[in-house]
Design a protein around this ligand. Structure first.
Ligand SMILES: C[S@@+](CC[C@H](N)C(=O)[O-])C[C@H]1O[C@@H](n2cnc3c(N)ncnc32)[C@H](O)[C@@H]1O
Length: 218
């Protein structure tokens, strides 16, 4: 069922923040930064926490042919139209065989996990289980860099929110996911420790309010 933005304030804010085309372009540029140009086009890739599938569309536009998605929400997955096979499942328990996938991508999903550290441990352990030995993970998640602190400060200013529709949309989304968002942002040491326990870092950056991580399974 297509959600009605007028009855779902998070959905309405998400749609105000950027168009699907803008989000797909954003994902394409992030994938470039994560090294996607070097990934074989027939690699078996799963986008975890794929939501409505704009990340899958970015992968398709880049020429990847064996893509799949996993998300807990049947409502969001129903909005995806494309060749990827999508599963309505919990990423804490992946519906894939051991050592069966080449690349697992998460863009803005880990910070939605309800209980840290347990859910993160379970999700990372599952990712490690399904990755082939030579495979890798790629994460892009919010990070409390000076830029993000600045964005938070500005978004608390009602005048700034009135002047910028985008800023107001972002502040509204954060408001609705406040508990898990804050839980994630306030435990960076825990997150990095857990990521490094499961994956050997191959590339990592912290910029513009994002943690970009590429790692191989240990
Ligand atoms: C901010 S959205 C990610 C957006 C996504 N990258 C996109 O382009 O639509 C976070 C997603 O995580 C999903 N989610 C939250 N907990 C989950 C879980 N345990 N397993 C699978 N998906 C989950 C939500 O349904 C939501 O679609």
């Amino acid at each position: 069922m297509i959600p009605n933005p007028s009855s779902d304030p998070w959905e309405a804010a998400y749609l105000r923040f950027e168009t699907p085309e803008q989000e797909i372009q954003k994902f394409i540029s992030r994938l470039g930064k994560l090294g996607a140009a070097a990934w074989p086009r027939d690699a078996e890739i799963v986008e975890l926490f794929c939501g409505r599938g704009n990340g899958l569309k970015a992968l398709e536009q880049l020429g990847f042919t064996r893509t799949e998605g996993v998300d807990l929400s049947p409502r969001l997955i129903a909005q995806y139209r494309g060749p990827a096979k999508c599963f309505v499942e919990d990423c804490r328990q992946l519906p894939f065989a051991d050592r069966s996938k080449d690349i697992l991508i998460v863009q803005g999903g880990l910070h939605h996990l309800p209980v840290l550290p347990e859910d993160l441990e379970q999700t990372f352990a599952e990712m490690q289980r399904v990755l082939r030995k030579e495979g890798h993970v790629a994460f892009v998640e919010p990070w409390l860099t000076p830029f993000l602190r600045f964005v938070h400060a500005v978004s608390e200013n009602p005048l700034a929110r009135r002047l910028s529709n985008r800023l107001d949309a972002l502040a509204t989304m954060i408001q609705f996911e406040r508990r898990t968002y804050d839980q994630w942002l306030t435990q960076p040491g825990l997150v990095l420790r857990m990521a490094r326990t499961h994956f050997v870092p191959k590339y990592e950056s912290f910029e513009w309010g994002k943690w970009n991580f590429v790692g191989a399974p240990r």
